[in-house]
Design a protein around this ligand. Sequence first.
Ligand code: OGA
Ligand code: MN
Length: 282
Amino acid sequence: MPFDITPIDDKPAAQIKGLDLSQPLDPAVYRALVQTLSKYPVLVFHGQDLDAAAFHGFTRRFGTLQEHVLHKYRHAEFPGLSWLTNVASDGSVDEFGVRRATTWHSDGSYTAIPPTLGILHAYETPPTGGGTLFIDMGAAFDRLTPALQTRLRGLTGLHRHGAGPGGDMYDNSLSDKQKENHRDVFHPVVTQHPDSGRPILYVNETHTHKFEGINKTDSIALVNDLVAQAVQPDAIYHHQWTPGDMLIWDERSTIHRGEGDYTPTARRIMLRAIIDQISIHE
Ligand code: OGA
Ligand code: MN
């Protein structure tokens, strides 16, 4: 491996040392990072310093960037990048930015071909709280009873932006025109990771709102039950941010959420890239 991998306790995360992500990297390094995600679905880097142009240059070499549905937060020059921020343009607190994404989800599960990687780079971070929490949904599937695993293998989930039991914060966040483009998409409840072959529980409380052949009430109960079983406190990787941190995670095999729980006037500013399909560029 062209870098050092230090596992973080017994969490689904590893710290990567020995890379300066602001410098051009060999395609072999990109391939090795993707390969490492099969074992550690969250990769943690400290002490990185990439402005938006450098972050764009680094992230786009994993594959095409997904332009996010929330237009307001897109970077003006690089629409493939989005700001995660609690600071409005006039410097006041952006209340939506404070609440956003604090329920469990996988980014873009509401799209027909969901994205593969999420990447976040922190610029300003609150002194306490404001972390990001991750769960390995391969391990979560393995923890379910064999009977439930068998039942889930036959099920298909319906996903729509913010339509799950935890998606209320997104009410009214899409324009009417966009809503037409965000109808239900269908994903098997148990997917298979393309690299590791592991079964993955592909359900989240923000965007999954129904299962084929199960009524609305029972579907919501099942979403809530599966997420509750998945997010065992011991299984969570809790990332406490420091400026200069970069996280790369596997969207196919994890769910995550913002911790919230910070003073809204403490500035929290990060840039995010979401990689559609992996195709490593020279
Ligand atoms: C998001 C998200 C996590 C965080 O905006 O999709 O997951 O910690 N944010 O802000
Ligand atoms: Mn997210």
